[in-house]
Design a protein around this ligand. Structure first.
Ligand code: C2O
Ligand code: CU
Length: 579
């Protein structure tokens, strides 16, 4: 069983246990004896079964089980310890066990709430809040049931509840490490002085564009979605003038995966101010990385990219040879882009398909009709890629794969989620059942280029209630905090930095660090065995643990976030800073 499915199973069992205890309590209060005993039996079994799921989760990693062991464990023991013996004494009047059963229900439900609303790390504050909730709810039920506990008992309960509540609130809401995300600062312009060799202008504005044969309202660069394809040859100096005609939310250009100097990175509030309507900003950087990249606005990035403010950036080593096709996949107003394209290709022509996922969720790509190789991932060439046949790839949000092959005499087609997007003729192939390539096992291995690690950080991805703002929100969190309260990661120039990224939530998080490519070391403890994988976007699926590393060689303040941009906006963004 994968850790992801264990997380789901544990949650389902916890809900069953809670429902069983609460239902049993209610049924016995209503003197419905058989129902009460039935529900209680379910609750007891489920509560005991959690011992199994929690142990298995703890073995997958402490991050997955911390609050379950520290908070749910004791509360479940209390539930069984209080309710169990009373049941065994099998009272003539079943109503007599209503209160212990309800107590058990409150204990398991508050533990469940800790997991759902607070998650990792387990804190004393969360534990105390949970206890306070159980005491308060039990006291209220006692009154309702007319079971008058002695004055002393209720006083003690009251004091315990209030004390726990106060300490809990204090511990939970008190500011942790100082957030201190700078706003609108940046090192003095380090923009290169060399004369530009490639000049582009991108004008952002609202537009009506054609998406799959239907006119839709969009936000576009130069009136088109995607924006113009920017191409360069390695060594070129690019100068891109960004103008904003009428995008009220402001625009910037972020060069996704391109490790530009920090002040060219296009992150509003961090490396520059957002460009407001009527304003402009000039980007200039040297194209010294070859490969497939893309650009997109980073201002209100979730809505901005979704509405169409993105385009392709391709840097070639020299003049293009053969057929070179970019396929930037995007969902615009529910329509799939790009529109399908069919062209004839002479047999023997070398073909490169540059697949780009500009959406916030994973897409499945399949090349049918020919053996092919994955030549590069995230712009970086792979070492010793071997030919693949009838194999699909999953590209994470923001990710790129370059597929290469020599055109055969028979037609070839590229399918995205089962839809033919590019073809050289009709290919009636169902690719849905094809196996999926694991890039960690693909290509020829090479030793890790460093023998030391100077800094390590763990990022535990989860959901949680964020109370530190005017309006509470159910945030996407890193180590229990949401942007802007996630402590910065501070590194020094030259450090070898290691990230352990743990997903204990129920959804995929495509991770993306700006300004650096990271080398994949392990996934779920298994070392990467294929070509060195230098990624800028990778899917951390529920229950997965990734270890990646990079050399801190690009000073500045860098966004480090989930590239499901709705998650990034809902808290899952932090910053890497050079001291
Ligand atoms: Cu492509 Cu900060 O993102
Ligand atoms: Cu995410």
């Amino acid at each position: 069983m994968t850790t992801g499915s264990l997380l789901v199973a544990d949650l389902v069992i916890a809900v069953l246990a809670t429902a069983g205890w609460l239902g049993g309590g209610a049924a016995s209060a209503a003197r419905r004896r058989p129902l009460a005993l039935g529900l209680t039996a379910v609750a007891l079994l489920a509560t005991l079964a959690r011992a199994i799921t929690i142990t298995a989760l703890a073995r997958a990693g402490w991050w997955f089980a911390a609050e379950k062991i520290l908070i749910a464990g004791p509360l479940s023991l209390a539930a069984v310890g209080v309710a169990g013996p009373r049941l065994l004494r099998a009272p003539g009047d079943i109503r007599a066990v209503a209160l212990p059963l309800l107590f058990a229900g409150y204990a398991t439900s508050s533990a469940l709430l800790v997991t759902i609303l607070h998650g990792y790390p387990a804190s004393a504050g969360a534990g105390l809040l949970a206890v306070a909730g159980v005491v308060a709810a039990t006291a209220i039920s006692a009154r309702a049931l007319g079971a008058r506990p002695s004055r002393t008992v209720s006083r003690v309960a009251l004091v315990v509840a209030v004390a726990a509540l106060l300490t809990g609130t204090g511990l939970t809401v008190a500011p942790g490490a100082a957030p201190a995300v700078p706003h609108g600062h940046g090192p003095p312009a380090a923009r290169i002085a060399d004369e530009p060799t490639r000049r582009f202008t991108l004008t952002a504005g609202t537009a009506t564009v054609d998406a799959g044969g239907r006119n839709v309202a969009a936000w576009a660069f130069n009136g088109q979605v995607p924006g113009p394809e920017l191409t360069a040859t390695v060594g070129d100096v690019l100068e891109v003038t960004l103008r904003n005609r009428d995008i009220e939310r402001g625009v910037t250009v972020h060069w996704h995966g391109y490790d530009v100097p920090n002040d060219q990175d296009g992150v509003p509030g961090v490396t520059q101010a957002a460009v407001r309507p009527g304003q402009e900003f000039v980007y200039r950087f040297r194209a010294d990385q070859v490969g497939t990249y893309w650009y997109h606005t980073h201002s209100a990035s979730d809505v901005g990219v979704r509405m169409g403010l993105y385009g392709v950036l391709v840097v070639r080593p020299g003049p293009a040879t053969g057929l070179d096709v970019t396929v930037p996949v995007h969902t615009l107003a529910g329509r799939q882009l790009p529109a399908p394209r069919v062209e004839r290709v002479e047999p023997g022509v070398p073909v490169r398909l540059r697949l780009i996922n500009t959406d916030s969720t994973t897409h499945r790509y399949a090349v049918a009709g020919t053996p092919f190789r994955v030549a590069a991932i995230d712009g970086v060439d792979l070492r010793g890629p071997t030919p693949l046949v009838d194999t699909a790839v999953l590209i994470p949000a923001g990710g790129r794969y370059d597929m290469v092959f020599d055109a055969p005499a028979t037609p070839v087609a590229l399918f995205v989620d089962g839809r033919a997007v590019y073809s050289t003729g009709p290919v009636p192939t169902a690719t849905g059942a094809w196996p999926v390539l694991d890039p960690l096992d693909y290509g020829a291995t090479a030793p890790v280029p460093w023998s030391r690690t100077d800094k390590t950080f763990t990022l535990v991805l989860d959901r949680g209630l964020d109370l530190r703002r005017l309006l509470p929100r159910y945030a996407h969190t890193v180590n229990g905090a949401a942007d802007p309260d996630i402590p910065q990661q501070v590194v020094r120039l030259g450090d070898v930095v290691r990230f352990t990224i743990v997903n204990r939530s129920q959804v995929v998080h495509p991770w993306h660090l700006h300004g650096h490519h990271v080398l994949v070391l392990t996934r779920d403890g298994k070392p990467a065995a294929g070509s060195p994988l230098w990624l800028d976007s990778f899917d951390v699926r529920p229950g997965e643990v990734w270890e990646v590393a990079f050399r801190a060689d690009n000073p500045g303040m860098w966004a480090n976030h989930c590239h499901n941009l709705a998650h990034a906006d809902a808290g899952m963004t932090l910053h890497l800073m050079y001291s």
